[in-house]
Design a protein. Structure first.
Length: 250
């Protein structure tokens, strides 16, 4: 009886929480439509703190920041949304639009075409979708093995063998893709510059040699931290040190 009451209370809490979240989302959408972007930002930030991360909310928050003229926070939230749902074309499109508002034009180091192809295929789906495909194909693989070992007909054995090989390949690939995306979600080593202008140093102190300057909205990769300083790397390979307070981790 106690277990049933506990289950019912959890179900009621879940429904109530979902209903409350939907109400706040509608309120935020109304504020955005009425061009009250500061209120929309406040509401979307509150949703993230109360109900947890969501690609949709990060995307909407990025839109609100962009409309409010705050480039760095808009890029930050688009990047966070893209980590959760790398297959969403709208997020990627708006992120590129926001990047056009930044000062720095950094050309990424050229990647080997197989690496670019791998990442392109990986980003077709989200981590949950790749996980679901892996499970379905694994079940199909079990069925193919059953056909191969227990069928009395040669044709079915051949079908089971070749389709089983295909399913095995997809299972391995989907697990690799899902694992890579999960790693990116859990080990976030990239950040967005939030200060209007930052001089990157050769060492983690103000007396270090000036190397180059980065501006608000630029994406950097954090290689290490030392005290209040972060060693960063740009997409073009340039490396240096800057104050950690001037960047926000994605």
């Amino acid at each position: 009886m106690k277990n049933i009451l506990l289950l019912l209370s959890l179900l009621l809490f879940s429904v109530t929480s979902s209903f409350a979240q939907e109400n706040v989302i509608k309120e935020a959408e109304t504020a955005y439509t009425q061009e009250d972007f500061s209120k929309a930002i406040e509401l979307y930030e509150g949703i993230l703190k109360t109900y947890g991360a969501s690609a949709e909310i990060y995307y909407n928050l990025g839109n609100a920041y962009f409309k409010a003229g705050e480039v760095a926070p808009s890029i930050l939230n688009y990047e966070r949304a893209l980590l959760i749902d790398p297959a969403d074309g709208d997020i990627r499109f708006n992120l590129n639009i926001a990047k056009q508002k930044t000062v720095d034009r950094i050309e990424p180091i050229g990647q080997f075409f197989l690496v670019k192809w791998f990442e392109g295929v990986q980003n077709i789906l989200s981590v949950n979708s790749w996980g679901a495909i892996g499970i379905v194909c694994f079940i199909a693989l079990i069925g193919c093995l059953f056909l191969f070992f227990f069928s009395k007909w040669i044709r079915l054995k051949k079908i089971g063998f070749y389709v089983g090989l295909l399913m095995l390949f997809v299972v391995i690939l989907s697990n690799v893709f899902a694992s890579k995306q999960k790693h990116n979600l859990l080990n976030r080593n990239s950040a967005i510059v939030f200060s209007s202008t930052v001089t990157v140093k050769s060492s983690p102190d103000m007396s270090g040699t000036d190397l180059f300057v980065v501006h608000e909205g630029t994406k950097v990769f954090v290689r290490s931290t030392l005290g209040e300083w972060a060693e960063i790397e740009l997409e073009d390979g340039h490396v240096g040190w800057m104050p950690s307070k001037d960047i926000e981790k994605i």
